[in-house]
Structures are given as structure tokens and as C-alpha cells.
Design a protein around this ligand. Structure first.
Ligand code: AMP
Ligand code: MG
Length: 289
């Protein structure tokens, strides 16, 4: 039986990437700030998910009125880290009408003809929506850096460019929440192997993932550089221990819900005379119309 577990320390503090953060020392199997088990975690996640759903509806309503605000959840992580599970389980708790999910794969020919931020701009959430990026503009300093897809001078300039770009988005009303799902190398191998033992997971298996895994250390360096350069005051990174999928989902639910709670959302006032409308309905009832 699960007891009613609570956070001892907010993941907004414990998981926020600050100066001196070292990915090499990070424990992907930890559950910082939460001492409950999986059942307790799921229970708390559902409870917080209800708040999240209410707040998301307020954001949506605000967007339908004349609001311009939106929220962008950026998800990064190595293969098998559980990005898809976050979309399914966390965003699955809110009204799908208010969510815009976009995954970023190898750029298409059209995308390659443009600046790397072009396809990202196209995918920004509309007012009132939560946008979710399953991979993002950060691939342009991750896979691109690891595989030398452009010269170091080119990717080297991108960190500042990304920070400036995010700051502009924030200035235009988009709250940017960046979560990196951190899985250990051993757990990744377990998860890849599991995919080969389950016909319902074959579709997720990509032989190329083993080739990418061979570059693990370079990826870790590239992630460390992202954390060093792009965990800004305006748009910090959160490093999410993701060996326990339930914890990653719980933590991201908590981060999102807390961020929403800080937005000062309210229900938009009626732009019509409520009392007059009630009288009109009463009149219709009286005449049986
Ligand atoms: P998946 O998320 O498993 O569908 O895989 C998408 C693949 O697209 C990953 O291997 C990414 O590294 C790759 N990808 C995403 N963005 C870029 C990019 N800008 N340049 C090159 N490869 C990318
Ligand atoms: Mg994949």
C-alpha cells in the first residue's frame, strides 16, 4: 500500500542545472527529493496532473480570449531515455486540444535549405497551447557536434544564438521549460535489448541506435556543454534522472505544474452581460421556446 508521499524538496530546485553541474557525477537512478515508491509516485503524479489539467484549461481559455501566452516543453535525451513516455503519460493528463507535439528527426531536404532554427520557429505553440518538442534545436549542438555535421566554428556559435533566440520567445510570451532525461549507459542497453524481446517494441528498435551508443562519451560531453552554456536564468535546464521512468514522469509533472501555478492564470471574464443572458434564458423557459 502506498502512503501519501510528498516532495521533501522541489525538483525545480534539486534538478535545476546550476553552475558546477557535472553530468559525469549525476546519478540517473536517483529519485532526489522524493522518498516514496513507484505507487506513491504515480498517485502523486495523478493528483498533480489534475491541477495541471485545470491550469492548462485556463491557459487555453486565455488564448481563446486575447491572451498571447504559451508554454514550450523541450525534451532531450539519449535513445530510450523515455521522451515518448513523457508525452504519453504527462501530456496525456491534459486536454489534447491544448497540446501541440512535434518531434524533430534528421532534417528534411527542405529543412536543410534553411537556418537550423527555421523548422523550430514553424513548430512553436500557438497562444494558449503547450508545445512539446521531442528533440529540438539542441540537436544542432548535440548530434551535429558529435558527428561534425558542421564545422566547430559553426556549432560553437550556436549556444549564444540559442540563448538569444529563447530569450526572444520568452519576451513574446512563451514560457520555456527544458528537461533533459538522463539515462545511464547500462539502462540504455537493457532497454534496447528489451525492444528485441518484444514484438510490440520492434518498431522502436533502430539498429543505428547501437552505432550512436558507440559515441556515448562524446554525447555526454556535448550535453555537458549544453548545460554549461544554455542553462540560463530565463530558461534553465532541468536534468531528470530517468532510469526510473515513474520518477522522470513525476518530476516533469511537478515542474510543469509548479511553473503553471506561477503564471497567475485566471478564468477570462465574460465579454457579455452574464445577468442579461440569464434573463434571456429565463424568458425562453417561461415561454417554452
Ligand atoms: P528518433 O527521435 O528516435 O525518432 O530519432 C531521430 C533522429 O534524428 C535522432 O537520431 C537524432 O539525432 C536525429 N536528429 C534530430 N535532429 C537532427 C539534426 N538537426 N541533425 C541531424 N540529426 C538530427
Ligand atoms: Mg529512436
Amino acid at each position: 500500500m502506498s502512503k501519501h508521499a510528498r516532495w521533501d524538496a522541489s525538483p525545480l530546485e534539486t534538478l535545476r542545472v546550476g553552475p558546477g553541474f557535472r553530468l559525469a557525477d549525476f546519478d540517473a537512478g536517483s529519485t532526489p527529493g522524493f522518498d516514496g515508491d513507484e505507487d506513491a509516485g504515480e498517485e502523486l503524479m495523478q493528483e498533480r496532473g489534475k491541477n495541471l489539467a485545470d491550469l492548462q484549461e485556463q491557459l487555453y481559455a486565455e488564448g481563446r480570449a486575447d491572451g498571447t501566452r504559451s508554454v514550450l516543453l523541450v525534451l532531450q535525451g539519449m535513445d530510450t531515455a523515455g521522451k515518448g513516455g513523457i508525452v504519453r503519460h504527462v501530456m496525456g493528463m491534459v486536454d489534447p486540444q491544448g497540446v501541440q507535439v512535434r518531434s524533430f528527426g534528421v532534417p528534411t531536404e527542405e529543412e536543410r535549405a534553411h537556418h537550423y532554427l527555421w523548422r523550430i520557429e514553424q513548430a512553436l505553440p500557438q497562444a494558449g497551447r503547450i508545445g512539446v518538442f521531442d528533440r529540438s534545436h539542441y540537436e544542432d549542438v548535440l548530434v551535429v557536434r558529435v558527428h561534425n555535421l558542421v564545422e566547430p566554428e559553426v556549432w560553437g556559435e550556436r549556444y549564444d544564438e540559442i540563448n538569444e533566440w529563447e530569450l526572444r520567445r520568452i519576451g513574446q510570451g512563451t514560457k520555456v521549460i527544458k528537461c533533459a532525461l538522463v539515462v545511464s549507459k547500462d539502462t540504455q542497453l537493457d532497454r534496447l535489448e528489451e525492444r528485441l524481446h518484444r514484438p510490440d517494441k520492434f518498431w522502436k528498435y533502430n539498429p543505428g541506435d547501437l552505432d550512436e551508443r558507440a559515441h556515448w562519451d562524446e554525447y555526454m560531453e556535448a550535453y555537458q556543454a549544453v548545460f554549461d552554456n544554455c542553462s540560463t536564468e530565463a530558461a534553465p535546464w532541468y536534468a531528470i534522472p530517468a532510469n526510473n521512468k515513474w520518477f522522470a514522469r513525476l518530476a516533469i509533472t511537478e515542474i510543469l505544474t509548479t511553473e503553471f501555478e506561477g503564471m497567475g492564470l485566471t478564468w477570462p471574464a465574460a465579454d457579455f452581460d452574464v445577468e442579461a443572458e440569464k434573463e434571456r434564458i429565463a424568458a425562453l423557459r417561461a415561454t417554452g421556446e
